[in-house]
Design a protein around this ligand. Structure first.
Ligand code: NAP
Length: 290
């Protein structure tokens, strides 16, 4: 039976570390969180982010805008936040109402405040392997793999899902750690042939039962990213948990695996942004002290 990778416990440890770090700064980091419209799931996500901020010693500035907010108005707010030296990170909760281009909004956030790491500048840095913000969910998964001392170099890594926020950056981070990476998607022929080769299998599809026991190699590490509701309305992942756990060596539960880590990486990115901004504010002689 697989060992459960406890994202909740690791997130708690990270929370303590971030709180200690923020307490050492000359001012508290600030995260601006923008929510447009009344989507109930987004409201829950935003509330959780604001709660995480409080627990990590980060100030959150909430902007609740009505559904009919225009693209120009949202761009104007982002411009104001970009220019505010006391704002370290800007997060626009997605999805946005249909009349607002998500791409335009993502492009408008200053890359040094883009704590979600969605701006093409930050995406480019992930591709080239330069230091910068890492996208929250894949970076959280990398922390979990590190915590459980899972070796990635030379391993067959199969990522199911190719979204810009999970699948693609996940594949890049595994490649960066020298995994041999395959990306699968809805047009992949014979998905089982691919998943059965995986030493590390990451599923980010969003459909209950996508990964069954027979699709998993004995001893594989299985990371279930998805957050689905089953027929009884209970939160669950892509994997048929019991049969996959019977084959795997490690598995992330849903809930309590990837989700808590995603939330803490956002806090870590905000702290990193604040540290960089505070460093810039220092006088040159302080920055270059012998
Ligand atoms: P998404 O944008 O809908 O992407 C889903 C991906 O799955 C697509 O690339 C799609 O392929 C692929 N896919 C769909 N059906 C498939 C099939 N039968 N076989 C193989 N691949 C298939 O979703 P996302 O934003 O990446 O999120 C994925 C899941 O993770 C969702 O359940 C979401 O709620 C969850 N999530 C969790 C967290 C967390 O913190 N735990 C964070 C983000 C997302 P195509 O590209 O060909 O359409």
């Amino acid at each position: 039976m697989a060992i459960k990778m406890d994202g909740k416990a690791l997130a708690e440890k990270m929370r303590r570390e971030i709180r200690e770090e923020t307490a050492r700064l000359s001012r508290r980091p600030t995260l601006a969180v923008i929510l447009v419209g009344e989507d109930p799931a987004s409201q829950v996500y935003v509330r959780n982010k604001e709660k995480d901020c409080v627990e990590c010693g980060i100030l959150s500035q909430g902007y609740r805008l009505p559904e009919e907010t225009s693209e120009a108005q949202l761009l104007e707010l982002i411009g104001v936040l970009n220019d505010n030296d006391l704002v370290d990170g800007i997060l626009v909760q997605l999805p946005l109402p249909k009349h607002i281009s998500e791409q335009k909004i993502i492009h408008a956030i200053r890359p040094d405040k883009d704590v979600d790491a969605f701006h093409p500048f930050n995406v480019g840095k992930i591709v080239t392997g330069e230091a910068g913000f890492l996208p929250c969910t894949p970076a959280g998964i990398m922390e979990l793999l590190k915590e459980y001392q899972i070796e990635i170099a030379g391993k067959e890594c199969v990522v199911v899902g190719r979204s810009n926020i999970v699948g693609k950056p996940m594949a890049l981070l595994l490649l960066r750690e020298h995994g041999t990476v395959t990306i699968c998607h809805s047009k992949t022929a014979q998905l089982t042939d691919q998943t059965r080769r995986a030493d590390i299998l990451v599923s980010a599809v969003g459909k209950v039962g996508t990964i069954t026991g027979e699709m998993v190699k004995d001893g594989a590490v299985v990371i279930d990213v998805a957050m689905n509701r089953n027929a009884e309305g209970k939160l669950c992942g892509d994997c048929l948990y019991d049969e996959v756990a019977a084959k795997a060596s490690y598995i992330t539960p849903v809930p309590g695996g990837v989700g808590p880590m995603t939330r803490l990486i956002l806090m870590k990115n905000t702290l990193t942004a604040a540290q960089a901004h505070l460093d810039k504010e220092k006088k040159p002689q302080e920055r270059f002290a012998p």
